[in-house]
Design a protein around this ligand. Structure first.
Ligand code: HEM
Ligand code: HEM
Length: 218
């Protein structure tokens, strides 16, 4: 079973749960956001208003989850990237992860600011209402709508780059990167050898005769 905590070789259960839950939630928020803003503003359109309310509540849920994720991330070991990865790709991967964290914070905060600036408070699943962050200001509202939109586009660009890289590693490079983020599967041994072990000469590969058996799954 995959342990709860991260190790140098792979992500733990909690990091994986947060990763996949947020991947689903953010994808849903982007699709919902793009769809609802395309709907025409015709009078009192309850369908559109209902979708905006769902979007706001799910967006605040994303803010709560990212806060939890940051706390967990700061207090956990960060799994190593594959040794075979060129340095520029390691930097690019970590940069995209950093952009994700910035966007996962900036999107809900601009959304909350936007709602405050237009004078419509944000209700959290009918349980309580968030305080307004700024007073009513129509000019600020329009600037925040633009900022929220461009941050949403930046998130889409990061998603495409990140998912493309994950699939490339899995299907073309076969280096076990995706397995580190999947429950139950093993990370490849090259990912988590300690520096001491890495510097030792590797043992010669066993010769396989025609009658040798393939290794048994463990
Ligand atoms: C990670 C969280 C969020 C994501 C990924 C997200 C994403 C988006 C996207 C992609 C759009 C469409 C932008 C456009 O095409 O104009 C949008 C619109 C919108 N979002 Fe969010 N959003 C998030 C959180 C929030 C929050 C927390 C609120 C408010 C409390 C909010 C309020 C709105 C509103 C009111 C619109 C419509 C703006 C307009 O009138 O054009 N969003 N969001
Ligand atoms: C909205 C969608 C997604 C977001 C925001 C996201 C975000 C992140 C972040 C921030 C990390 C760094 C680890 C951490 O701090 O928790 C990460 C790692 C990772 N993600 Fe995603 N992710 C998304 C979707 C996906 C999808 C769809 C895949 C697979 C096709 C994927 C595969 C991975 C893998 C394999 C890693 C580990 C990379 C490493 O070795 O460090 N992610 N993701």
């Amino acid at each position: 079973m995959t342990p709860l905590q991260n190790s140098e070789a792979r992500y733990g259960t909690l990091a994986m749960a947060l990763h996949w839950l947020m991947a689903l939630l953010l994808s849903a928020l982007v699709v919902l956001g793009l769809y609802m803003t395309k709907l025409p503003d015709v009078g009192f359109d309850t369908w559109k208003i209902g979708l905006i309310l769902y979007h706001k509540q799910l967006g605040i849920l994303a803010l709560m989850l990212v806060a939890l994720r940051i706390v967990w991330r700061v207090g956990s070991v960060l799994p190593h990237l594959p040794e075979t990865l060129p340095d520029w790709q390691k930097v690019a991967a970590r940069f995209v992860h950093l952009c994700f964290y910035a966007l996962m914070l900036a999107l809900p905060v601009t959304g909350w600011l936007m709602s405050s600036a237009t004078g419509i408070p944000v209700s959290v699943f009918g349980l309580f209402t968030l305080p307004d962050l700024v007073p009513y200001d129509d000019h600020l509202f329009h600037a925040l709508v633009d900022a929220h939109r461009y941050l949403g586009y930046a998130l889409i660009v990061c998603m495409v780059a990140h998912i493309g890289a994950a699939l490339r590693h899995h299907f073309l490079l076969h280096d076990g990167t995706l397995n580190r983020m999947l429950p139950g599967s093993r990370a490849t041994p090259t990912m988590h050898r300690s520096p001491a072990v890495r510097n030792q000469p590797s043992a010669p590969a066993p010769r396989r005769s025609r009658c040798s058996q393939p290794p048994r799954p463990r």
